[in-house]
Design a protein around this ligand. Structure first.
Ligand code: NAD
Length: 245
């Protein structure tokens, strides 16, 4: 099979440059495409405003698609995913292998511990990040919500089950049971830190992932692009690519 021809949307940005560097790495078996017609796959690391156009282009030209851009409103994401399903597409808020393992571990912890353990999410990113909470924190939130809804179907113990609480200030009163605290720190050049805390009276479990180099996302996105070559149309995520489902 010939090397994979990749068109990058957002090529001048931090992630675009990281993907370009990953393509140049020895053994990447990929090259940069000059235009849409000649590419095998479009990789999008730009801005949520751009994704609709990227999806339209991919569908129009019948090209595979890797979407890494974050910050879409939930309804927009659902609409765009329905369109993107017309071509083979991997859409992931985080392409790192470690974070995808964190997703699986957080799911297991939420399932075993249940909503009796208070859950809090903390993320930190560089000062330039445009959206908050991060796409990865939102995915962790969804995972905990999914597991709690599943375990609570017979007995609904807490009124606020899975309700996100974005930051706290003032006379908040005691922490309501079942809510999930979400906290976004911004500063410096932090590539991406995520911690999930499960706390009960007497013990606390913390799962932390720290990204120190964007190359992990870039290599993950390229891995997804190669994986798509063998796939029929549909929207997949990084858990599919890594066989974690
Ligand atoms: P960046 O600001 O450094 O780069 C964004 C790029 O998109 C720039 O080249 C910019 O010119 C281009 N762009 C922005 N708006 C545009 C428009 N309207 N039309 C055309 N081009 C436009 O940002 P970044 O740090 O590279 O991140 C890009 C996106 O990828 C963000 O949404 C970020 O959250 C996300 N991200 C995802 C992952 C992941 O693993 N999925 C990892 C890191 C970052």
């Amino acid at each position: 099979m010939s090397s994979l021809s990749v068109l990058i949307k957002g090529v001048g940005g931090r992630m675009g440059r990281a993907v370009t560097a990953a393509i140049a790495e020895e053994g990447s078996d990929a090259r940069l495409a000059l235009d849409v017609e000649s590419c095998d796959v479009i990789i999008d690391f730009s801005s949520p405003k751009v994704t609709a156009h990227v999806v339209e282009t991919a569908v129009q030209h019948g090209k595979a698609l890797v979407i890494g851009t974050t910050g879409h409103a939930r309804q927009d994401r659902e609409k765009l995913a329905a369109q993107a399903a017309k071509v083979p597409c991997v859409w992931a808020g985080n392409f790192s292998v470690g974070v995808n393992l964190l997703f699986a571990l957080a799911r297991q912890a939420a399932r075993v511990l249940g909503p009796e353990y208070d859950a809090e999410l903390v993320e930190m990113h560089h000062r330039y990040k445009q959206d908050a909470p991060s796409g990865t924190a939102l995915r962790l939130l969804e995972i905990i919500q999914e597991e709690w809804q599943r375990s609570a179907s017979s007995a609904q113990p807490f009124a606020l089950l899975g309700h996100p609480r974005h930051g706290r200030e003032g006379q908040t009163g005691a922490r309501p049971r079942g809510e999930i605290g979400v906290h976004s720190l911004r500063g410096g050049d932090v590539v991406g830190d995520h911690t999930v805390v499960f706390a009960a009276l007497g013990e606390r479990l913390e799962l932390t992932h720290k990204a120190s180099d964007r190359s992990i996302f870039a290599r993950g996105a390229l891995r997804a692009a190669h994986w798509l070559r063998r796939k029929p149309p549909g929207v997949y995520d990084m858990q599919d690519v890594l066989g974690l489902k």
